[in-house]
Design a protein around this ligand. Structure first.
Ligand code: SAM
Ligand code: SF4
Ligand code: SF4
Length: 337
């Protein structure tokens, strides 16, 4: 097991397979910046499935137990089931998950399940068709995502995580609609505090709705019981409905930073490793993968990168944002959530 400067082990690897997306969520890829002429990566700049699998194998040998596929929108990458099958076959992978906007899940869910995908997370910020449309940058339909979740359930995915990013004045008025819809379904709704990821979303602290306010709103209708927090490297504070109608979670990256237990590394679609969601620089693996480097050297590079890590952006957010040296951050769609 390798540890970073703050004694955090390397446990999770998030693999972004593509930087493109069919949505333009304003908090991630605002349409004004990501227009039709925007230059995304060329396909030959993406790590190939074999390159991703080779990296994953090395990460797993270094202690990684959990892989998550993300993007951009991962289901835009052709033949994702092929990659899932390759990763599922790696010995030592205890968990293999994928995060998606759900718009293409109806066609993909059965193939992903058959290929060995263990868990699914679907992003869904509102059930209101007009709000959903706005939050997808006028690209998505809420009924497609709901149909995708149903199809995934029918394909055998249990306890699907439904992630909703809450922004004040945008979708906070309708959180109870989401709660009512998913209570009792066996799926786990999780509310995420709006974060200052990337450099394009004009984030303001006043637009964050702290989890404690959301919990209060829910508890006024459905009493909750605390189940556990972020101790084991989980980002999620878990609650259960006291009436037995399932579980609900809260990811409080702004109001209650969990950097102390953050054990995840991110690999971008173009093969750069990032040790924090808010990092400025990544460490390139692709150049080495494509120049005949040995697995031992790649393992050495990963080990050194992790051992030097001292990131804790969320804990230092206000200080870092006010600093005159406030550096540009990697964009969310490059490295996934
Ligand atoms: N396209 C896929 C999706 O939307 O699920 C995967 C990639 S997306 C970047 C991963 C997650 O990041 C999504 O759940 C999304 O809601 C979340 N996200 C993006 N921008 C965010 C922000 N500014 N604050 C909080 N979460 C954000
Ligand atoms: Fe696309 Fe996901 Fe970003 Fe929305 S959050 S723009 S769906 S990558
Ligand atoms: Fe991990 Fe960086 Fe997020 Fe802290 S800010 S929890 S170190 S990704």
């Amino acid at each position: 097991m390798i540890q970073d400067q703050l004694s955090r082990p390397l446990h999770d690897l998030r693999i972004s397979v593509i930087d493109r997306c069919n949505f333009r969520c304003p908090y991630c890829m605002p349409g004004e910046q990501f227009h039709h002429a925007y230059q995304f990566l060329d396909k030959d700049q993406w790590l190939s499935f074999d390159e991703i699998t080779r990296c994953a194998r090395i990460f797993v040998a270094l202690g990684v137990k959990k892989l998550r596929l993300t993007g951009g929108e991962p289901l835009l990458r052709p033949d994702m089931d092929v990659l899932v099958r390759q990763l599922a076959a790696i010995e030592g992978v205890e968990d293999l998950a994928l995060t998606t906007n759900g718009s293409m899940l109806t066609q993909w869910a059965p193939r992903l399940k058959q290929a060995g995908l263990k868990r699914l997370t679907v992003s869904l910020d509102s059930l209101d068709p007009a709000v959903f449309k706005q939050l997808s940058g006028d690209r998505g339909k809420v009924e497609d995502v709901l149909a995708g979740i149903k199809a995934a359930g029918a394909a055998g995915f249990k306890r699907i995580k439904i992630n909703a990013v809450v922004q004040r004045g945008v979708n906070d008025h309708a959180i109870m609609d989401l709660v009512r819809y998913f209570r009792g379904t066996g799926h786990v709704l999780r509310f995420i505090e709006y974060m200052d990821v990337g450099n394009q979303n004009h984030w303001k602290y006043k637009n964050v709705v702290p989890s404690r306010d959301i919990i209060r709103t829910i508890e006024a209708v459905y009493p909750l019981e605390y189940m556990g927090g972020t101790e084991g490297g989980d980002t999620n504070e878990r609650y259960r409905f006291k009436d037995g109608q399932g579980e609900i979670g809260f990811i409080s990256s702004v109001s209650h930073a969990f950097c102390g237990t953050c054990n995840r590394l991110r690999l971008s679609a173009e093969g750069k490793m990032y040790t924090c969601l808010f990092a400025t620089h990544g460490t390139d693996l692709k150049e080495h993968l494509r120049s005949g480097t040995t697995d031992d050297f790649l393992a050495h590079l990963i080990r050194v990168t992790w051992m030097k890590r001292e990131d804790r952006y969320s804990e230092l957010r206000s200080q870092l944002r006010q600093s005159p040296q406030h550096l540009p951050k990697v964009e969310m769609y490059h490295i996934g959530g």
